[in-house]
Ligand binder design. Structure first.
Ligand code: UDP
Length: 488
């Protein structure tokens, strides 16, 4: 039930240090590690979560674990598991409740299922843990086993919670009162925003921001040549010129007026990288705020007539296109909510006036190859004049980090995670009401019209990501947190 995840990360710290824009961050990490790691010698860190694939935690752990090992801190990533489907139904419900939605009723049967899966997994991991080891439990699924291991072995126990809501509601209270007995057993808890810390953990919690890997396929620099190659290979742009790599096995598709998704042809080509592009790349989730963004874009287009604008502004607004991109429907077939959100967007698209349909592209990104998918996201974000993340709620919003790193003009909502990243007017712009299409349209127009302003925002944004939200900072914060708390 407990399985070690084998990690294959091709790049080591030397590869990052070679690059002039990353060498400073690597040196700072190495310096800090040389001061702190000796205090942890002989100990092994166990990172425990519930999935090796999918989701932000599984996305971040391989790099973090590899880096900590390279810095001399033995770290192993293991995944808990069970054949009991009711366990994951319950933990999915707890996840939603912590985000403020769902039925707050938790039954005795739920408690019993959680307790028994926790104890099976704890028994399994217990055999492998040494007396000086350190336990780091990611998210609520393995929290119960963490509490049991703490009780039985007395080892240091850290709870790293990646989710949260900046509001108190009957739903959040139900989830936290269920989890409290387990969470209280931890020595220290770590959240992504101060607003997420539940009152009962206030005295023993700290913050570590999620982070991106600047050399991953999603975030690495793409030269113009490579960029257009990715666009062409992915079917996101058309050209009669050949490119060296072969086309991807599965191409991106675009929604057609008849409601089907199809590869782009001459007529349905979006115009990337030539036209001004506004884009949002996200999972098909109602909380991502796709619909108000679409409405805002329509209002922006409709506002061209009947207003005094300069010829250049008029042309910009006439040419700009909106790209809403997310995972292909087949990849979310087991997620009824994603299918219904996508269905609603398809309906909204089909109801648009014909002349606006040309300027709106709902794009389905194949998920069969992680590398190709990541390169597509990279290329789309890279080609956008404005990257939007209009989430009604957001735990952190790595898409924002990704776009800030690429020096894009980023327009984000006030959702808690996004507020941790964008300082309005410095690293991007913030929408005060992500359900208000008129406000979004006005902000979009302001950003599209102001290239020098966007460049400045983009540069500050990249610096902020460099300092706060790259894996090097994240690894440093882990070393600091572990050593400080163990000395405390
Ligand atoms: N993403 C992707 N392909 C898609 C849609 C999203 O790779 O078709 C990625 C996106 O680039 C980001 C992650 O999924 O890295 C989403 O993380 P975020 O924190 O923005 O939101 P979450 O999905 O965790 O709510």
């Amino acid at each position: 039930m407990i399985e070690t995840v084998e990690i294959q990360e091709p790049l080591g710290l030397d590869d990052y240090a070679e690059l002039v824009h990353l060498s400073e961050a690597v040196s700072a990490l190495r310096e800090e590690a040389s001061r702190l790691v000796p205090a942890l010698s002989g100990r092994k860190v166990w990172m425990v979560n519930s999935t090796a694939q999918g989701g932000g935690v599984a996305e971040m752990l391989p790099k973090l674990v590899t880096m900590l090992n390279e810095l001399g801190l033995k770290t192993e990533w293991v995944v808990m598991g069970t054949e009991e489907p009711r366990f994951f139904d319950l933990t999915k419900r707890l996840h939603n409740l912590i985000h403020g939605t769902g039925d707050p009723g938790i039954t005795d049967e739920d408690r019993q299922v959680y307790a028994s899966v926790s104890s099976e997994n704890a028994a399994d991991l217990k055999r492998r843990i040494g007396p000086d080891d350190i336990l780091v439990i990611h998210d609520p699924q393995p929290l119960g086993m963490g509490a049991l291991l703490k009780r039985e072995l007395g080892i240091p126990f850290f709870f790293r919670c990646h989710i949260g809501l900046d509001e108190d509601s009957p739903e959040t209270r139900a989830a936290w009162s269920f989890l409290a007995p387990y969470a209280e057993a931890c020595d220290y808890a770590i959240f992504s925003a101060p607003e997420y810390i539940p009152a009962f953990l206030a005295g023993k919690s700290g913050l570590i921001s999620p982070a991106i890997d600047p050399l991953s396929y999603k975030n690495r620099e793409l030269s113009p040549h490579k960029l257009v190659g990715v666009l062409k290979n992915a079917g996101l742009a058309r050209s009669r010129h050949p490119v060296v790599p072969a086309d991807y096995r599965t191409q991106a598709t675009r929604l057609r007026v008849d409601g089907s998704f199809a590869p782009m042809d001459e007529e349905t080509d979006i115009g990337i990288p030539f036209r001004p592009i506004v884009t949002q790349v996200s999972r098909w989730d109602r909380l991502k705020g796709f619909e108000p963004l679409l409405e805002a874009f329509v209002q922006l287009k409709q506002s061209i007539t009947g207003r005094a604008v300069s010829e250049r502004q008029r042309r910009r607004l006439a040419h700009v296109r909106l790209v809403l991109a997310g995972p292909e429907p087949a990849a979310v077939a087991d997620d009824p909510e994603a299918l219904s959100v996508l269905g609603e967007l398809v309906d909204a698209y089909r109801d648009l006036p014909h002349w606006i349909q040309d300027d709106v592209a709902l794009v389905s990104l194949p998920m069969g190859s992680r590398e190709e998918n990541a390169l597509m996201v990279n290329a789309l974000q890279h080609c956008a004049s404005v990257v939007v993340q209009n989430s009604l709620q957001e735990g952190f919003g790595l898409t924002v980090t990704e776009a800030m790193w690429k020096q894009r003009g980023v327009l984000g909502s006030q959702a808690c995670g996004i507020r941790q990243q964008i300082r309005d007017g410095m690293d991007g712009r913030l929408i005060s009401n992500s359900r208000d299409p008129q406000e979004i349209a006005d902000l979009l127009e302001g950003m599209l019209d102001d290239l020098p302003g966007r460049l400045l925002l983009g540069q500050t944004a990249r610096r902020r990501v460099h300092d706060e939200f790259l894996v090097f900072t994240q690894a440093r914060r882990w070393l600091e947190t572990l050593t400080h708390q163990l000395q405390a």
